[in-house]
Design a protein around this ligand. Sequence first.
Ligand SMILES: Nc1ncnc2c1ncn2[C@@H]1O[C@H](COP(=O)(O)OP(=O)(O)OP(=O)(O)O)[C@@H](O)[C@H]1O
Length: 775
Amino acid sequence: MSDVQNKDWQVEQERVSAVGEEIDRKVKALKQNTGKVRSDVLEMRKTFWEDVTVNTDEPDDMIETAASIKQQAELLSERERTHKQLDRHLKTLDRLKYSPYFGRIDFLEKGEKSSDQVYLGIASLMDEQDENFLIYDWRAPISSLYYDYSPGPAQYNTPEEGIIVGEMTLKRQFIIRNAEIKGMFDTGVTIGDEMLQEVLGNNASTQMKSIVATIQREQNEIIRNESSKVLIVQGAAGSGKTSAALQRVAYLLYRYRGTLNAENIMLFSPNSLFNSYVATVLPELGEENMQQSTFQEYLNHRIGKAFDVEDPFTQMEYLLSGESEVDDQIRGEGIRFKASLHFKKIIDQYASDLSSQGLLFRDLSFRGDVIISKKEIYDYFYSLEKSYSIPNRIQIVKDWLLKELRRAVKRERSRSWVEEEIQFLEKEDYMEAFKKLQEKNRFSENTFDDFEREQRLLAEMVVKEKFKPLFVRVKNLRFIDTTQVYLQLFEQDNIIDKGLPLNWSKICTLTVKNFHNMVIPYEDATPFVYLQDLIEGRKSNTAIRHIFIDEAQDYSPFQFAFIQRLFPYSKMTLLGDFNQAIFSGATGSETVLTDLNVGDEDVESFVLTKTYRSTREIVEFTSGLINGGEKIEPFNRKGRKPVIEMVEPTKLNSAILAKMKEMKDEGHRTVAVICRTSAESQKVYGALKNELPLHLIEKGTVSYEKGNLVIPSYLAKGIEFDAVILYDCSQYKREGERKLFYTVCTRAMHELHMFATEGINPLMASVSKDAYKLI
Ligand SMILES: Nc1ncnc2c1ncn2[C@@H]1O[C@H](COP(=O)(O)OP(=O)(O)OP(=O)(O)O)[C@@H](O)[C@H]1O
């Protein structure tokens, strides 16, 4: 290091220490404040019931009591919120103390005499007088200079003053750990190769990390995009789509602080494992996590317990098992058809036809007798004014049915079964009836009249209790036979007559059979819920303002249209890679990335071709597997070539065991054996679990630890491992599995080792022989 560099280093270290002192001061002040709020909260929790006036004697008192409880609860929750905020702030300061910033730029604004020094960290920090920024938040407008430019002319955009032009005179990067500068580089064009090398060369983590220190220019564009309604990011495996998405959430929360909260943002992710994988990024950046769900969870929630909804993983297992080529073909055709916007249009038309005829209802029965028949409901529905929408008419029918049920309750009171039931009532029920009578002030003394009234009340109680399920059913609109209405599409010839797939009648038989077995195949779940919404009407969700769909290639055009309808006021960010469309790859259906039904003016698309996860050698191998792979640009990190090792089937398990041990000894912390199916994973796990510490990942697994893992192919998407061992790559034979094969190989950061029992698979024919080592 030269003297000048040495001096710079010293000056910067002094600044780090000075900033550390300021942080200490702020922490001290904040802790005092937090302590006060914490004791307030504890005190309030302890004395909660002393501070509310509880009196339940009279209705008026009850109202007053409720109001008092509410007021006290609001006070408590306000204090708790403040406490949470202070706590978060403290944690952020703690992180800043450890590593206050990662970058510095000197910027000379046009017309100014001296340049500003801008230090960038995960949050901003003011000096003691609260006048100057010691650290700028990485999301501040000026910080974008750091990501977008190298030294020289530069500009940035501010919401208040528009574009600010000037010159960047210095760009410096820091690696600071425990308040000590460990590395410092003045950089040129890109954001330091050195720094990226350092970050990417590390071991894989079981939790995703934030990338704020090394965000690349093209990623920054995505993170800060504010203009588009639908933003689509198509990016190669490992190009940082998920990372960009999460930093974008953090950016939006910063940019729209005060109007946009974490609850207003929703991320649809591929599975529960992925949910926990990404869960630490935002808290690490001092932000609350957005809402997260899988689309499957949403569908399950909507369809309820009446049916088993098949999940995409079961669908995948079925397709991979290749049990019957013919069944596969029919199922595949059905899946393609039901994923399409054409099918959505058919359902739209069908729903509009249902306005004049064809809706189906269920009888409402009580104790074996039909009290309102489906025919009566049908007649009532179609007697209503046709200009009312179906959902409006359904509401009117509901009100009518509730009225009819109340009438039935009255009729039923004098039936003999009621008297019998009364005999079996518990003492508490009598007491309750007695209390009610007292409340009504009608109970005078032990007269005959009183007895009569009590009997009437008891009868009403008994009947109402028995009628409860019927009321619930009507309120939940379960008098509509949605299942049968959906199945009509497949049972009546005249409803769908255009653009039908070849094996339509077989698809119909299969669909009906599944529903009768109380199973909704995954491909039917969205169309079914969509039709249900058209009939019942569903209030759109207005709370969610921004939707992120990761692994968007797994969503069909129909599913995306459905999501858009649910969240009409929401902006959308879709991130995906059509080379990893493993579900649609297996069936050849369209995905939302290939068939997006939104106006061009609303859409902005970005393509990420640089990839960061894997070593150059692994990328050279994996990009040979796909069309257009030559466009993928690996980050220059050296490693060993992927290896394909021939092995006899009987020796496969022991070879895997030896390889896992070897990888571990080489210092890899997460070593994943990726199997094609879940059945295969279970077999490997069973065979090896007593030989070394091993975790099996299944579709319900929510998190995983470092170490040795066995995981089915389709669950590995989105995550990464130090070393990947492919169980038996000879099995990936069909063209439909190319994307699956590409996806599993791209999970490896440092090592990719493939075992093969029947030689190289045909999908590898397109890969240059130089890109792997065959042993
Ligand atoms: N700018 C960056 N700086 C540092 N690391 C990065 C950067 N961009 C991406 N990475 C790293 O590259 C890896 C892949 O990133 P990520 O999972 O976000 O990619 P992806 O495009 O979603 O991948 P896939 O489609 O294969 O699931 C992660 O380890 C991530 O931390």
